[in-house]
Design a protein around this ligand. Structure first.
Ligand SMILES: Cc1cc2nc3c(=O)[nH]c(=O)nc-3n(C[C@H](O)[C@H](O)[C@H](O)COP(=O)(O)OP(=O)(O)OC[C@H]3O[C@@H](n4cnc5c(N)ncnc54)[C@H](O)[C@@H]3O)c2cc1C
Length: 491
């Protein structure tokens, strides 16, 4: 029986394992750094990313999702396809009509998630939708939101007794070891205090945008892997976003701007989002606008602190928070609403968020320092900065919205206190990007590493651009596609 070894059981690794197990003639080994029954106990990933980075204020976020399930333990459930503008760019990277193939797989992915036939009829904010759409400046963008986002940890937990699945728990991958041919013969892992070697016929790196390039670079540095590819670790991109203003219904009609109930199903809602037509015309970046029900940040902050103090059993601070903050009845009732019925809409206001597409650049990257940790891993360094012209985009978008809403029932108030701080989108990618040519990328159209015959990469590092899209929907699709490809290659 042939075997496939998946390194990392996050969103992609977990989903890929599930899809591969459909083939009863395959043995699947899945490695991750905690135990499937004992959530988030491992600190070994967290430690390596805790220092040594330039300009980085987001370390806690990027290493949030580790252990079985990876970032799928934390993600927000936003699902969207790459649009035509993004797909055309992907075709350019791959030098063939990849988009036509991907679109066919997209249809299968919607089916497998049980979400089909969603249209703008399911939207709330219909009058706002009409104003934006009619103006000709915006393209509607279908973003669906799962209330209970898919968690691959739960999927693997259900499959753990499958006799074709071997979960290698509490283990960290250190090195890939190549034989004389163009093949990986084994990997070295550290588990239960020992170095061990795991053999397999095929290997899939699914360790995420930071660990996947780090493992590759480390194996090259150790001399275990000969691979001449200058793109490994480079071209790191994210999807930063920022609240740029608020739209208020000045006539206070009874139309509630309710986010959470719009008749699709109990688990799904449709968000009001747009990409910019003008950007597309000029072949520039594909930024997008997302309109969400107004959230009282104070309430969100109180909720986060309550949870934190409760978990840490910090009863002194818990009490202080209750006394100091919750004497205000308005905040108290909003908090109860948020916790109990997940309703955080104000009824007459929406927040306007701008999500930024970013140009990839060789300057933004993951590199290895000369320092090693106790597991003999080279400590990585992340170099990352925002693009310079994002302020211009904010002003242009705000002016456009203001002029659109001039003679309507709505009023736009731009956020005057924009600091330099952007929320990082948690969508890091690009560090082992897909390309037909090993001079510009790391994996080919089938996600196989250029120059090796049995090593694949299946995680967010392969995505070269985001455009206006969240990654998970495309990542699930790529995992499904890779499962099919491996089945064909192996059988
Ligand atoms: C708060 C938050 C909200 C988000 N919301 C959304 C959203 O609404 N929509 C959307 O599309 N995306 C969202 N994302 C992004 C999305 O979750 C990620 O893009 C996605 O999970 C990436 O999947 P991955 O398989 O590449 O990596 P991960 O899910 O990070 O998995 C990597 C796995 O590899 C394991 N690993 C790492 N190194 C090693 C090693 N050396 N040995 C063994 N195992 C290892 C890790 O433990 C982990 O399990 C969000 C992310 C966060 C953090």
């Amino acid at each position: 029986m042939k075997s496939v070894c998946i390194i990392g059981a996050g969103l992609c690794g977990g989903y890929l394992a599930k899809e591969l197990l459909i083939n009863k003639n395959l043995k699947i080994k899945v490695i991750d750094i905690d135990s499937i029954n004992d959530k988030f106990k491992s600190k070994i990933l967290k430690n390596i990313y805790s220092n040594n980075h330039n300009n980085i204020t987001f370390i806690d976020k990027i290493i949030k999702g580790y252990g079985f399930g990876g970032n799928s333990n934390y993600w927000h459930g936003g699902l969207t396809e790459f649009d035509d503008f993004d797909l055309n760019k992907l075709d350019f990277f791959l030098d063939y009509n990849f988009s036509t193939e991907l679109k066919k797989y997209y249809i299968e992915t919607w089916k497998s998630l049980d979400i089909e036939n969603v249209s703008t009829n399911h939207l709330n904010y219909k009058s706002l939708y009409k104003i934006f759409k009619k103006s000709g400046y915006f393209n509607f963008k279908k973003i669906l939101l799962q209330y209970s986002p898919l968690k691959t940890r739960s999927i693997l937990h259900k499959l753990k007794n499958n006799k074709n699945l071997e979960l290698i728990e509490n283990a960290i991958c250190l090195n890939l070891n190549k034989d004389k041919e163009k093949k990986i013969k084994s990997i070295t892992i550290f588990s239960e205090g020992l170095l061990k070697e795991i053999k397999s016929d095929y290997f899939v790196l699914a360790s995420g945008s930071f660990e996947t390039p780090r493992i590759l670079l480390q194996s090259i540095n150790h001399g275990n892997l000969k691979l001449n590819n200058k793109n490994i670790g480079c071209n790191l991109i994210d999807h930063p976003f920022l609240k740029i203003g608020e739209i208020k219904n000045i006539f206070k009609t009874k139309t509630k701007l309710n986010y959470y109930k719009n008749n699709i199903s109990n688990n799904i809602s449709l968000s009001l989002a747009f990409s910019f037509v003008e950007d597309l015309k000029n072949n520039k970046l594909n930024h997008s606008l997302v309109l969400r029900p107004h959230i009282n940040n104070e309430v969100i902050e109180i909720k986060a602190n309550l949870k934190k103090y409760f978990n840490d059993r910090n009863y002194k601070n818990l009490l202080k928070l209750l006394i100091v903050k919750l004497y205000r009845f308005d905040l108290f009732f909003k908090l109860i609403k948020l916790i109990l019925i997940k309703k955080i809409n104000s009824g007459s206001k929406v927040d306007v968020f701008l999500h930024f597409d970013q140009l990839s650049s060789k300057e933004n990257k993951v590199i290895l320092t000369n320092n090693k940790d106790e597991y003999m891993r080279y400590i990585p360094k992340i170099i990352f900065g925002n693009n310079q012209n994002e302020k211009f985009t904010i002003t242009t978008a705000s002016n456009l919205i203001k002029s659109l809403l001039k003679n309507s029932n709505y009023e736009y108030k731009e956020n005057k206190n924009l600091s330099n701080f952007f929320y990082h989108g948690n969508h890091f990618s690009g560090t082992a990007r897909i390309s037909s040519d090993n001079k510009t990328g790391v994996v080919d159209k089938n996600l196989k590493v250029h120059g090796l015959s049995n090593l694949y990469i299946c995680d967010s590092s392969v995505i070269p651009l985001f455009g206006s899209s969240n990654p998970v929907f495309t990542l699930i699709t790529l995992s499904k596609r890779l499962a099919k490809h491996l089945n064909n290659v192996i059988t």
